[in-house]
Ligand binder design. Sequence first.
Ligand code: ZN
Length: 383
Amino acid sequence: MKCPRCLNTDPAYFYHGSKGWYCRRCIQFSRVLLEEEKNPVSLSTIPEHAEEYTLKYPLTKDQSRISRQCAEGVKESDVLIFAVTGAGKTELVVESIASALKRKQKVCFAIARRQVVLELQQRLQEIFTESLVIAVCGGHTAITDGDLIVCTTHQLYRYYQAFDLLILDEPDAFPYRGDAVLHGIAETACRGHRIYLTATPDEQLLNQVKQGTLIQLKLNSRPHGHPLPVPVLFCAPEGFLLIRLLHWIHAHSNHPRMIFVPKIIQAERMGKALNLILGKCDVCTSHTEARDDVIQHFRSEPAGLIVATTVLERGVTVPGADVCVYEADSRIFDEAGLIQMAGRAGRSFVSPEGDVLFLLKERSLLAERCVSVLKEANTSCGV
Ligand SMILES: [Zn+2]
């Protein structure tokens, strides 16, 4: 027996209710019988001119090349766009989306995080002015059909075999990463091909590339052409780290500054302390209520200061930001996370350099690897 929705085959998860068989592994999404899960949803057809789009800025030469190769490649195969943080990933798939819409194909853009869904829906609506772009995520589930659907990976359960093109943004991010049910649901929602977009692909995707089942397109430069900021490592006992941190905050006082810490409790304590010392500091963790408002406030300040946990490691772009990772040697951070956090810096045309500091209590191979990965990306694109 196999669940058509999450592809579970473990007999322990199946049970027989009064009406028939259910899969318990994906029952949190909706309680339907196994045979009902196979019902394809009927989605509206794509209207004329839906593929028309306008980009605010022209693509760079490298972006255009990847964009074209992706639109061609995805007609025949799944594609991995392996692009450094800040490379303008959304722009890279606009041509592929347009080409699918022109062929009257249904397209979905799925993202692990809700907050990014809402932002991306707006951006795509501004690009595809002739299409109805809808967001489907927690709090936005009344309308589930549009010409172009942007949703959280959690909402994909609604779309059995519905999409000809499924774009999975940052498949290596929590909670999609390593979640077999979400992977199964994403698999069955798509009847065509997939595009994976990430700066930090996991082993599974890289293995598919090696096996030849996934086309890899690599982009190592940002649109402004400046090198990626490479973290400076500073290793010392805790007391020294705090002094170094205060010095760093001061030295970058004309830029927005993001400080990442491993634990929620540290973020809260450090936020309070910095508030006392400096008079202002935002805090953002998974416990923060009205997180969107906090981020909005931080963004609105020309030289704001925020202490955050990994909740902000992806998806948040603050032009001109500098980044410090406190206790970057903590086991809570992985290599992908460190690269993503460093990647928050230097993303704007006005201030493309960005400064990244990793504060460590002990030497860390992961932090050192992160430095060499970023240096290598800079070397390979000749900047
Ligand atoms: Zn299931």
